[in-house]
Design a protein around this ligand. Structure first.
Ligand SMILES: [Cu+2]
Length: 152
């Protein structure tokens, strides 16, 4: 069964756009989103914020989606004056800490998309964690970068 999105009261009170949150054990996955892009898009960056409310470190091991043929975890590394994407095997989320997947930093990269990326629609994504296991989320397709993009 697909986990039901958990919209916190705090999110409703503080955020100008509708955010959506997912919980899996001690992990919280905040507002997975991606930009709406043209139909011939080959690769899509997906962003979200991970919070670990537990007392043990966890680790994001990978991602997958029925809407893409392949998914990888990426980060950006500075190369002279530009940022270059680089594949990473996993990303740690420290106990009582967080891991930001945001513009210019970590992201999940989807390849071989089999559906249009229309603003206002959702795209299914499965995140696999070392301890929390597999968590299904819905990625909100946004017309623009959210103005409150993971400010925490
Ligand atoms: Cu990438």
């Amino acid at each position: 069964m697909r986990p039901f999105p958990f919209i916190t009261l705090l999110a409703l009170l503080c955020q100008p756009v509708l955010a959506h949150d997912y919980r899996a054990g001690h992990l919280q996955i905040e507002h997975p989103w991606a930009l709406a892009l043209p139909d011939d898009t080959q690769a899509l960056s997906v962003y979200f914020m991970l919070y670990n409310h537990g007392e043990q470190d966890d680790r994001l091991l990978g991602a997958s989606s029925p809407s893409a043929t392949r998914a990888e975890l990426h980060t950006h590394i500075p190369l002279g004056k530009v940022l270059r994407m680089q594949k990473v095997d996993s990303v740690g989320i420290p106990a009582s800490g967080k891991a930001r997947f945001g513009v210019g930093g970590n992201h999940a990269m989807l390849f071989g998309l089999n559906r249009p990326l229309v603003a206002g629609t959702h795209l299914p994504l499965t995140l696999e964690f070392e301890k929390a296991g597999k968590v299904e989320v819905e990625v909100f397709i946004e017309a623009d970068i959210p103005t409150n993009e993971h400010p925490h």
